[in-house]
Write a protein that binds this ligand. Structure first.
Ligand code: ARG
Length: 401
């Protein structure tokens, strides 16, 4: 029986050429797998037709938008995950859901190998292959750009020679990856890290310098998950989509960073994540009133470690699973409403309310009638500083000798 390979297929030039390229290099049959994670653009049906026209023996397409929002974006929100304090893991969380579908398709169509279009310099190759190894330890991986010398020029020449139904003249100078959680743009002019991003780079966000009138909204959460906006029930996917529109119109969620890739390279990235950044901001403010201080402090370090694991391609790892259990436990009382104003590139929280809040007005107030007993503070401070005081007394005695 002819060997079969499933290919992560986007419908673009490189993966369209990869179908025939892999076929010629290996003699295997290629099955194209296209997964909708809210990247927009063409319909899955158009992508399926192109895959078949480019020589795929089968095409597997999946609308994974709700799955992605519920099982990948929501855990990211609960973790307030920002890699290196900035990046909401847009591409990093889409790879594991694509991997799930690749492995499922490999089983359905009897494939032995999984292929993807990544280069050998980035994080995404690691995320794909570590994920595939974990979910399908018997499956092999191949990356035509990295392993079969499929360069851009060769791709264009191949597409033209074979008359593939794909545009070869449209030159995009950037490498772009996008889904409903955000958009990542890199390479080209941006590789000079002093160059400011030009307007044409952005798609999810409008220029914050000229914003429309401020947009005030209320996001309601139940156990860390958005369930309504302005009182109207929403699914996680709808919440992200609506906030992409509303926060995007105000230029919220533009990020320009030089980040540390897993492979040891520092690289310039432009991200746009209006919905993700608005949601993370709101969620964090709700946690501020519903999570106890020590648990909150520890959760911040857990969230950071979670972000690093996910960035580094360890979505399916045991440690990531354990941290998920901790994070989920912290969300038990993270329910309530956040009022927020979106304007001129900022998402500013202006109010919060929760049935499960730990904020106690009677303890906090400076007005008369508070129930905080200030006389207890003296003794507390005495004991709190005791060990440092004992140590410094010793230090002074030793120095004086
Ligand atoms: N540097 C980001 C990450 O590793 C974005 C990668 C985007 N991928 C791409 N092919 N443009 O998560």
């Amino acid at each position: 029986m002819t060997d079969r390979i499933v290919l992560a297929y986007s419908g673009g030039l490189d993966t369209s050429v990869a179908i025939g390229w892999i076929g010629e290099a290996t003699g295997a049959e290629v099955i194209a797998v296209a997964v909708d994670v809210g990247q927009g653009g063409e319909s899955l049906e158009d992508i399926r037709q192109r895959a078949l026209a480019c020589g795929a023996v089968e095409a597997y397409v999946a609308d994974a938008r709700d799955e992605f929002a519920n099982e990948y974006a929501m855990p990211t929100l609960k973790a307030n995950a920002l890699y290196q304090g900035h990046y909401p893991l847009v591409s990093a969380i889409s790879r594991p859901v694509i991997v799930k579908h690749l492995v499922k398709a490999a089983r359905e169509f009897g494939a032995t190998t999984v292929a993807h279009g990544c280069t050998g310099k980035g994080n995404d190759q690691v995320r794909f292959e570590v994920g595939i190894q974990t979910l399908g330890p018997d499956l092999k991986c191949i990356a035509p750009v990295r392993d079969l010398a499929l360069t851009r020029d060769k791709a264009i020449a191949f597409a033209e020679a074979k008359g593939l139904p794909i545009e070869t003249t449209k030159k995009n100078p950037y490498s772009i990856d996008q889904n409903v959680w955000g958009r990542a743009v890199e390479t080209g002019y941006l590789e000079d890290i002093w160059n400011a991003p030009t307007k044409d780079i952005y798609d999810y966000t409008a220029t914050p310098e000229f914003p429309p009138a401020p947009d005030e909204l209320i996001i309601s959460f139940v156990q860390g998950v958005p369930v309504a906006i302005d009182g109207v029930p929403v699914t996680p996917l709808q919440a992200i989509q609506q906030l992409n529109r509303r926060a995007g119109a105000q230029g919220v969620g533009r990020i320009d960073v030089v980040e540390d890739r897993l492979v040891g390279i520092k690289s310039r990235e432009i991200y746009e994540a209006p919905g993700a950044m608005a949601l993370i901001t709101a969620h964090k403010h709700l946690e501020d009133i519903t999570i106890e201080r020590e648990q909150a402090r520890f959760k911040a370090t857990v969230g950071q470690r979670w972000s690093e694991l996910v960035y580094d391609g360890q979505w399916f790892s045991p440690l990531k699973r354990s941290l998920d259990a901790f994070i989920q436990d912290t969300q038990q009382h993270v329910s309530g409403d956040i009022r927020m104003t979106l304007h001129g590139g900022a998402a500013i929280v202006t109010g919060r309310r929760s049935e499960t809040s730990l904020y106690d007005f009677d303890l906090a107030t400076y007005d008369t009638g508070d129930k905080f007993d200030q006389s207890q503070a003296r003794g507390f401070i005495e004991l709190w500083g005791m060990s440092s005081k004992v140590a410094s007394t010793r230090d002074q005695r030793v120095a004086g000798k």
